[in-house]
Design a protein around this ligand. Structure first.
Ligand code: 4AD
Ligand code: MG
Length: 461
């Protein structure tokens, strides 16, 4: 009975036919002898209009139905005299499946995104969120299609881990113990020997290190799952729980990595434009008026490329614009990233070869001994959407870096084995799933593209 999307796409086969629609009332207007119901059947973000007349045996009862109620309607689809939609459903019988209490918060007016976040359990019933989350589902599917069509193997990397892949120390600890009662080791560290895993564990910040192990067997792999970061930054682009897509490719370098990322981004843009044209047109009208022109452009243009060092030179000339200082060796802030992609390049741009000290331990050291073979992809409206690198495949160089950073080799012995046992050049990247949804829909806040956002002081629902 989830027909509405098919009807919108091609009403022909349904016109003048008896059909049944079940769904939720978005609005109901009634006069003495007839009424109109806008009903949403869940298959589409648009509603279908139902007309009912006093000839219905339960006309009085239906006339009192309130917004939010669920109904089952049998009727005939006819061409509509009204200009707003080409068809409507003339009801022959309406059955009430579930009534809706009078304090239902979603009434027929525009609610702000901020307000809708406070009712995250009800917001998928609005047309905007219906469109956003249908596109989110579609993009997840498109990502799997892209990699599967290329022969990549999907690896399920663990959520609970004992290592800090990014070395940023922003982890949520996993424990069954009362930390107050925990003994200390001789070095004064909490001793997790009696904990469930017998060691300190945390929620993963990235599946990369585990994905690398499978890359050394299957060659091209990807992982796609939730990741967790206890970043205390209250921004529109950071969540404590977000999904990440991480491909890892063997016998490959940074150039191959960027080519894959660019091809994937173009595939995803093309996929949503072709498979969700109605939703995309809706976003372009109500969320971001430049969305479609921006996305259509990227499919046909080459992404920009700039080294970190060159980017710093460009940004230094504009330093007056920025809140944060621009200096070789400092990380690029969102304002810098957005300036580069929105004002200088006006398209997606890869920034490569970052200073080693602001990047993770596993990135391959460049010949200058100061920078690493890293790449971040910056896109207009969002900033950093992808972070990746060529990995350090040389055992000695990797060990040296780990010593410099104070990482304990025994914690990473399995990771070092990859370099000892037939290691190859390899590379990979992480695409932030919520960030790509923001990019594709024009929605400006990460809280509005993940069903139940987890951010600082917010783990409701
Ligand atoms: O740049 P990041 O930290 O890279 C990694 O985790 C690598 N291990 C990836 C890899 O090479 N396999 O994160 C990758 C992407 C970022 O570019 C961003 O899009 C997203 O993940 N991301 C976040 N998205 C939402 N909220 C956060 N707190 C995020 N942190 C990173
Ligand atoms: Mg990054």
């Amino acid at each position: 009975n989830a027909l509405v999307k098919s009807i919108y796409r091609d009403p022909g086969p349904y016109l003048k036919k008896e059909i049944q629609i079940s769904g939720w009332v978005r609005t109901l207007r009634v006069s003495k002898t007839f009424g109109f119901i806008e009903i949403n059947d869940g298959s589409f973000f648009k509603n279908i209009q139902v007309v009912f007349e006093e000839t219905l045996s339960n006309f009085e009862e239906i006339a009192k139905v309130t917004t939010g109620s669920s109904l089952i309607i049998k009727g005939q689809l006819v061409e509509s005299p009204g200009a707003k939609q080409p068809f409507e459903l003339k009801a022959q019988a309406i059955e009430i499946e579930g009534t809706c209490a009078a304090d239902y918060p979603l009434q027929k007016k525009r609610h702000s995104f901020e307000y809708l976040r406070t009712i995250a359990h009800l917001r998928p019933r609005t047309n905007t969120f219906s469109a956003v989350f249908r596109v989110r589902s579609l993009v997840a599917y498109a990502i799997h299609r892209f990699f599967q069509e290329k022969g990549f193997v999907y690896v399920h990397t663990p959520i609970i881990t004992g290592s800090d892949a990014e070395g940023a120390g922003e982890m949520f600890r996993v424990t069954t113990l009362d930390l107050e009662a925990l003994p200390r080791t001789e070095e004064g560290q909490l001793d997790f020997a009696k904990d469930f895993f017998g060691k300190e564990t945390n929620l993963t910040v990235s599946g990369q290190l585990n994905a690398e192990t499978y890359s050394m067997a299957f060659r091209n792999v990807y992982t796609f799952g939730p990741t967790f970061r206890a970043e205390n930054s209250n921004t529109a682009r950071h969540a404590a729980e977000f999904w990440m897509i991480e491909p890892e490719i063997a016998f490959a370098d940074l150039e191959d990595d960027m080519e894959l990322a660019e091809e994937m981004m173009k595939y995803l843009v093309t996929y949503v434009l072709e498979n969700a044209p109605e939703e995309m047109a809706f976003f372009n009208e109500f969320v971001d008026k430049t969305l479609l022109s921006r996305l259509e452009n990227i499919v046909n243009s080459d992404f920009g490329r700039v080294t970190y060092t060159e980017a710093i030179e460009i940004l230094k000339k504009e330093h007056d614009r920025f809140e944060y200082p621009v200096e070789w060796g400092a990380d690029l802030q969102t304002e810098h990233e957005r300036f580069l992609t929105e004002h200088i390049y006006k398209k997606p741009v890869f920034v490569i070869d970052y200073p080693k000290d602001i990047k993770a331990f596993y990135m391959r050291l460049n010949d200058d001994q100061k920078t690493v073979a890293a790449m971040d992809l910056l896109v207009p409206g969002v900033g950093e959407i992808i972070g990746g690198s060529q990995r350090e495949e040389r055992l000695e160089a990797l060990e040296k870096r780990m010593v410099e950073l104070g990482l304990r080799q025994e914690d990473y012995s399995w990771y070092l084995d990859l370099r000892k046992y037939g290691g190859t050049r390899h590379a990979g990247y992480g695409l932030g799933f919520e960030r790509v949804i923001m990019y594709l829909t024009g929605v400006a806040n990460i809280r509005d593209v993940i069903a139940f956002p987890r951010t600082v002081h917010n783990a409701d629902f």
